[in-house]
Design a protein around this ligand. Sequence first.
Ligand SMILES: [Zn+2]
Length: 416
Amino acid sequence: MQSFDTSLELAIQPIGVFRDMSKSILDPVRLEDIEFSNDEIARYSRHLIMPEVTLEGQKKLKAAKVLCIGTGGLGSPIALYLAAAGVGTLGLIDFDIVDYSNLQRQVLHGTKDVGRKKLNSARDRIKDVNPNVHVVLHDAMFRSDNATEIVSEYDIVIDGTDNFPTRYLSNDVCVFLSKPNIYGSIFRFEGQCTVFAPSLGGPCYRCLYPEPPPPGMVPSCAEGGVLGVLPGVIGVMQAIETVKLIVGIGDPLVGRLIHFDALKMKFREFRVRRDPSCPICGEHPSITELIDYEQFCGIPQAQAAEEAEPPVPEISVEELKAKRERGDNFVLLDVREPYEYDIARIQGSRLIPLGELASRMSELDTAEEIVIHCKSGVRSAKALRQLQKAGFAKLFNVEGGITAWADRVDSNVPKY
Ligand SMILES: [Zn+2]
């Protein structure tokens, strides 16, 4: 999310010292029935010979139940490494289908898996990495009505989805159930990681951000790029913190936040403090039940901010095709960025990026009919409103944008 980089730095301060917590979060009773086959002994030998881990630590890993929300960019390295390390029960939540645009970073899934459910693809890959792992699939969207029931089965929750509704929901349910919540976030070339755990003396997410930003302030998840390798770095950090909490070694990332800048290749560490007036983990909490923030990106109703205004005149891609075939006289205006235009375009369209529209309106004629498109229809609706305010009247927004055009009219146009 765009908001984390600069605004978070105001809320947190560079760190001097950090806590030591050399105790596993698991009850020792849980280890009593744990045994290993000779194959497992061989598999985990590089753990067993480390005095910090030993057979005892490996038993803790096998006894542990970890929930990973999402099997995408962050969830991929998290699930792969935790499975390889020998976490006994790995729960996965996802409802998505593998798409070509996932493969640049979601290394759980392969080309052969495109079109499959991510959960099934993830299960097959994890079982190949380590057949001893008990994989539990939760084929659902993580919501307030299932979060408590799902999370109560696990020792640790890892948020691998990186969107606002899940971030707040996993935070809140973990506060209520006293479970550590391993947080990771990525945007473009930067990422961050911390462990939210009021039960271990640290802050929760709402100690930093009590409420989500207004929906209109959140950039669309689908349109925010991310460097393909970046989730590997952040997801692996989340997996390491998980292993440390289970085995009970080292200094956990409780009360500390690591920010990573891939372009500068810099890690910075910040102290994050518990807020006594936090609305959920503070002394007088005002939030006492789970909330669904559905209006954010990645979830229907994403254009909540737009919905306050009257709807814009729209045409479908089929109608656009028919207009072109009839030879209607109109301008097809593409308001995407030039680098998107280079990837895919509709023949005959004229490119004026949304950000340049205000200064380049003189290139357009109010007498002409203008049909506007972008990638999915959101930016072009904004462009249409801008033009309406400037006195243009004959305007149409292409519903679904060039993505719908590629899906339903011209399969030669690549999707991105
Ligand atoms: Zn809090």
